[in-house]
Design a protein around this ligand. Structure first.
Ligand code: COA
Length: 172
């Protein structure tokens, strides 16, 4: 399927919310993106839309978060949320968004990504259970669904701690 992937621009905001509402069947994720956009850490180039022609059919956000250890704090990215319109799910568009998101984040100098997601989906992009890197979630989740990706080899080798999401995520 021929799609293009590009950073969002301000004409896309309402469509991105709508795509998320459709994919998740609720408004929480669309609203989360709207709130995160107002956070000074938001990186426009890491809010990517998948387009078929001029029509937006999917979206992925990578947002800066921290891993808090006892003595140190590490910067990383959260992959969340991600959405593809229901009628085009399962055709590989989500995978293209993840691949492009990883490539773009790496190009911008980021070294790792954290995701809470499907345990059979993200490993194909290189994600591994976060506990293998001594990284824990700030909430109770089965260990295989909380994953981390080193985009730079060894990037998480000195990391240990608990992921801290910005407060906007609390309301989802
Ligand atoms: C998750 C999502 C973005 C993946 O996009 P996509 O274009 O369907 O993804 P792909 O076609 O590349 O891959 C489809 C695979 O993803 C799997 N998958 C990934 N995340 C999944 C999830 N949260 N729930 C169920 N299946 C999921 C499917 O089982 C499918 O596996 P298969 O290829 O073995 O059949 C899309 O399905 C979606 O919008 N889902 C609703 C919103 C959501 O749950 N987002 C993820 C949490 S942030």
């Amino acid at each position: 399927m021929k799609i293009s992937i590009r950073p969002e621009n301000k004409n896309d905001y309402s469509t991105i919310s709508m795509i998320n509402d459709m994919a998740f069947g609720q408004e929480a994720e669309g609203k989360l993106i709207e709130k995160l956009r107002k956070n000074k850490k938001f990186i426009k180039d890491l809010s990517l839309v998948a387009c078929m022609g001029n029509e937006i059919i999917g979206h992925i956000l990578l947002f800066p978060i921290t891993i808090k250890g006892n003595e140190q704090e590490f910067n990383t990215l959260a992959l969340a949320p991600m959405s593809v319109i229901p009628e085009l799910q399962g055709l590989g568009i989500g995978s293209q968004l993840v691949e492009k998101g990883i490539a773009k984040a790496k190009k911008l100098g980021h070294e790792s990504i954290i995701v809470l997601g499907h345990e059979n989906y993200y490993p194909k992009f290189g994600f591994k259970p976060a506990n293998k890197f001594n990284i824990s979630a700030p909430f109770d989740v089965p260990e295989n669904v909380f994953m981390a990706l080193e985009m730079v080899k060894g990037a998480l080798s000195t990391v240990e701690g608990t992921v801290e999401y910005p407060k906007e995520f609390d309301e989802v």
